[in-house]
Design a protein around this ligand. Structure first.
Ligand SMILES: [Zn+2]
Length: 258
């Protein structure tokens, strides 16, 4: 039996890889049991595209923000632009925003100068944040202590130690296709023990397909395999129940009804 009520809290359907078949791809997701998709900006133009996509489809919502790898090249007036986009209809979160320390030429201070004001903006507007955290757990935790706001760590893959610290703070974790790969041991251990009310589903599509589709662009319907693994891991819940709980979590986190 196929799964319904899947919710994909972090996607990039505005990416060029979907050019020419975007509409068909999105409508196929809906047909395959996906009831809600949040399209995420990572800079000003992709945030504008996210708002436009959400205006076009009644099952698509938007999050807007500048992510750390775009922090070095923000245009003048970027924060005002993100604020005005955040006030558009169907914008449900600020994101993706965060810190990414994976590259050798990382300038953490420049990234923080873009991340922190967006946390404050979210707090001021009463919106949750979707956080991109790559090898920057300590600084992300500190930023959330300094500016507490409902948060989700998207594409969570930081291991048990930080996973426990985030859930202790009540931060939601975006769980997706990463769980289908052989190196997901710690992620699976975390999914087994974490409070299920902090679990959100996401694909980060097109960037992270499930292992069986490796090399292809991801789509939201790949979450059916993700909920199956979560159900098997927890042992006390069916795949459909995982989808239902994640949907309720998402509605609570984003303050919307799907
Ligand atoms: Zn993303």
């Amino acid at each position: 039996m196929s799964i319904i009520h899947l919710t994909d809290l972090h996607t990039h359907y505005d990416e060029t890889v979907y050019e020419g078949h975007r509409r068909e791809t999105l409508l196929t997701q809906q047909k395959n049991g996906v009831c809600a998709i949040v399209n995420s900006g990572s800079d000003v133009p992709s945030s504008q595209r996210s708002v436009a996509l959400a205006a076009e489809y009644d099952f698509v919502w938007a999050s807007v923000g500048v992510f750390p790898l775009s922090a070095y090249t923000v245009p003048e007036g970027w924060l005002a632009e993100i604020e005005s986009l955040a006030k558009q209809p169907r914008v449900v979160a600020i994101g993706e925003i965060g810190l990414d320390y994976r590259l050798p030429d990382t300038d953490a201070e420049k990234q923080k100068a873009v991340f922190h004001p967006q946390l404050q903006l979210a707090r001021r507007l009463g919106l949750p944040v979707v956080i991109h955290d790559c090898l920057a757990d300590e600084d992300v935790l500190q930023a959330l202590r300094d500016c507490p706001v409902p948060a989700m760590i998207h594409r969570f893959f930081s291991g048990l130690k930080y996973g426990r610290q985030f859930v202790e703070m009540g931060v939601s974790l975006g769980i997706g296709p990463a769980i289908t790969y052989p190196d997901a041991g710690e992620l699976i251990a975390l999914v087994k023990e974490m409070p299920i009310e902090l679990l959100l589903l996401e694909t980060d599509c097109p960037f992270l397909p499930t292992q069986r589709y490796e090399g292809k662009p991801a789509t939201s319907d790949m979450l059916d395999e993700v909920v199956e693994i979560i159900a098997r891991t927890r042992g006390d819940i069916t795949p459909q129940e995982v989808a239902e709980v994640a949907k309720q979590n998402a509605e609570r986190f984003l303050s919307v009804q799907f």
